[in-house]
Design a binder for this molecule. Structure first.
Ligand SMILES: O=C(O)c1ccccc1NCC(=O)[C@H](O)[C@H](O)COP(=O)(O)O
Length: 224
């Protein structure tokens, strides 16, 4: 049984990075998208990435960013992964990977079984896929909205395709998510916030406890 790797996204401070690392988080995400309450300037992301210092993977979230922005992120922040969370086409995704030389994670919105066709297209050019909920109507952000989708849709996915599950995951639903599907990674943001953009150490600890408990009880069930 695989033990998914957890990414906590939208971190903005050293203190919260420390909390995530002490809980066993393997990846941290910084958001570079001005309308987001989690937005960070490139220099601030570079400072926090240096603070992480290889203790976890660093992923930078961008939304339809231009070449100059992506090049500046690659040069100054030097993340492990660039997350493309906008309407980047298959061609643009390949272009960004070639231009920056960085592994690219393409976020795809999932709302129905038809959306799995997009997964098949993008998995040929993206190093990783993040399967997220469709943003609610009139949402200002394409991600980080705290909404979940029907995870059972993903049971129709080719089992050879690795993906990170995202969208509305929290301490209360993580057990159900893991009973439904087996992603290689989990991505959490709003579920560990006290208000949009404000991470909460208690909620981060609570999420990791619920995650480990869910894994433990599934492993015990398998063994019995
Ligand atoms: O989090 C944001 O503010 C954000 C803004 C613009 C594009 C993407 C954004 N977040 C991307 C993420 O990877 C989130 O962690 C993911 O959508 C899950 O968020 P949530 O449903 O809040 O857990």
């Amino acid at each position: 049984m695989r033990h998914p790797h957890v990414k906590i996204c939208g971190l903005k401070s050293r203190e919260m990075i420390d909390t995530v690392l002490s809980c066993g988080g393997k990846e941290v995400g910084f958001v570079h998208f001005a309308p987001s309450p989690r937005h960070l300037a490139i220099d601030d992301m570079a400072m926090l990435a240096a603070y992480v210092g290889g203790r976890a993977q660093v992923t930078i979230v961008t939304v339809d960013a231009d070449d100059a922005t992506l090049s500046a992120i690659a040069a100054k922040v030097r993340p492990d992964t660039l997350q493309l969370h906008g309407h980047e086409s298959v061609e643009r995704t390949a272009e960004v990977a070639a231009m920056t030389g960085l592994p690219v994670m393409k976020a795809l919105a999932i709302g129905s079984a038809e959306d799995l066709q997009e997964v098949a297209k993008y998995q040929t050019v993206a190093d990783r896929l993040l399967l997220d909920a469709r943003p609610p109507k009139n949402a200002l952000l394409p991600g980080g909205n705290g909404v979940a989708f029907d995870w059972s849709i993903l049971t129709g996915l080719d089992p050879k395709i690795d993906y990170m599950l995202s969208g509305g995951i929290n301490a209360n639903n993580i057990a159900r998510a893991l009973q439904t599907i087996s992603p290689y990674g989990l991505d959490v943001s709003s579920g560990v916030e006290s208000e949009p953009g404000v991470k909460d150490a208690g909620l981060i600890n609570g999420f990791f406890s619920a995650f480990e408990e869910a894994m433990h009880s599934m492993e015990q069930k398998r063994a019995s």
